[in-house]
Design a protein around this ligand. Structure first.
Ligand SMILES: [Zn+2]
Ligand SMILES: [Zn+2]
Length: 326
């Protein structure tokens, strides 16, 4: 009985922590796009780029904050962390062990460096950059597959069903959608760490801002948060060859078929350029967001959470095929 009470208390504590998660990311998570210094700097960049009147008009447009799409964003923001610590907690894996295997394999092969002094400092900076680039490539490649593999697209569509972009849309996901990306990032991060530990030792320090990779924080401040904002901000062609502008992500969310399956990048646009999926933000601003006709299937929370599961369920799919063959 006592252990039952303990379990209920644990569960309640987990749910309370999860409910506080959105506020924690704003107040204390420097890696989050919603971290308050990043948000302030992003707003300042938008204000300076657009001028006060257009900035205020976009920011204060009631649709951005009160439309059905926006209200669903708020609910998803609160519900997903609770699902992650309760129903989906068994899916949380720790990939750090892979890094230890890589380092051990390198040691076994006779590679066991120990950088010291300036060498360790330089190696730490190289590790900071390598982790950022590897993370960005992992995000690009998994995002590419989320659009190209029908099973993954069913879940990713929830993110694309947003009809307005209001900062919090960054967290509008079906709870199963980010699992694939998180897993690949975990593995890639562990691989990079393992190689650096093998080559230079396990005492390297990466460059951080409040505990988060400095490149990640810079990229969030220079456009990361603004990608899902109501502001159309282009960097100009020369810069967009290297960096994804907020306007390029607006194109990624556009309901116009000519924009579909372009600009999968998070921070660096080089992956899209090399893959031929880049779409520069040199045209008129995108005004319609969503997945065309299908957007109507994502208006309620039930449709958002259960719709993708129903559509990928094998029995349902075979029934649908039988119906079609009749
Ligand atoms: Zn996408
Ligand atoms: Zn997006």
């Amino acid at each position: 009985m006592a252990s039952m009470t303990g379990q209920i208390n644990d569960f309640t504590a987990q749910v309370q922590t999860a409910l506080f998660e959105p506020f924690r990311s704003v107040l204390a998570d420097a890696a989050s796009k919603l971290w308050w210094p990043v948000a302030l700097l992003s707003l300042l960049i938008a204000l300076v780029s657009l001028g006060l009147r257009p900035f205020a008009a976009k920011l204060l447009a009631s649709d951005t904050w009160t439309s059905r799409s926006a209200r669903n964003d708020y609910l998803i923001l609160l519900i997903n962390p609770v699902l992650q610590v309760t129903l989906l907690s068994f899916l949380a894996l720790n990939y750090a062990i892979i890094g230890q295997w890589i380092a051990a394999a390198l040691t076994w092969a006779g590679v066991h460096g120990q950088a010291t002094g300036g060498g360790a400092l330089l190696a730490g900076l190289a590790l900071t950059a390598a982790l950022f680039v590897a993370d960005d490539f992992a995000r690009w490649s998994t995002h590419y597959l989320q659009h190209r593999v029908p099973l993954l697209w069913e879940f990713h569509k929830v993110h694309h069903s947003a009809e307005v972009l209001n900062f919090l849309t960054v967290q509008r996901h079906h709870p199963l959608d980010p699992l694939f990306t998180t897993a690949v990032i975990g593995i890639v991060t562990a691989l990079v760490n393992g190689v650096f530990i093998g080559l230079f030792g396990d005492h390297l320090t990466i460059a951080t801002v409040a505990g988060a990779n400095i490149f990640r924080v810079a990229s969030n401040a220079l456009g990361g948060l603004l990608r899902h904002s109501p502001f159309w901000l282009s960097f100009g062609g020369a810069t967009e060859r290297w960096l994804v502008s907020p306007a390029m992500h607006h194109i990624h969310h556009s309901s116009d078929p000519k924009h579909y399956d372009t600009n999968f990048g998070t921070a660096l646009s080089v992956w899209d350029r090399w893959a031929g999926t880049i779409y520069f933000a040199d045209g008129a601003p995108v005004t319609d967001f969503g997945v065309g006709e299908e957007t109507q299937h994502f208006h309620s929370l039930t449709a958002i959470y259960l719709g993708p599961l129903q559509r990928v369920w094998p029995a349902r799919k075979s029934n649908a095929a039988a119906e079609a063959n009749r």
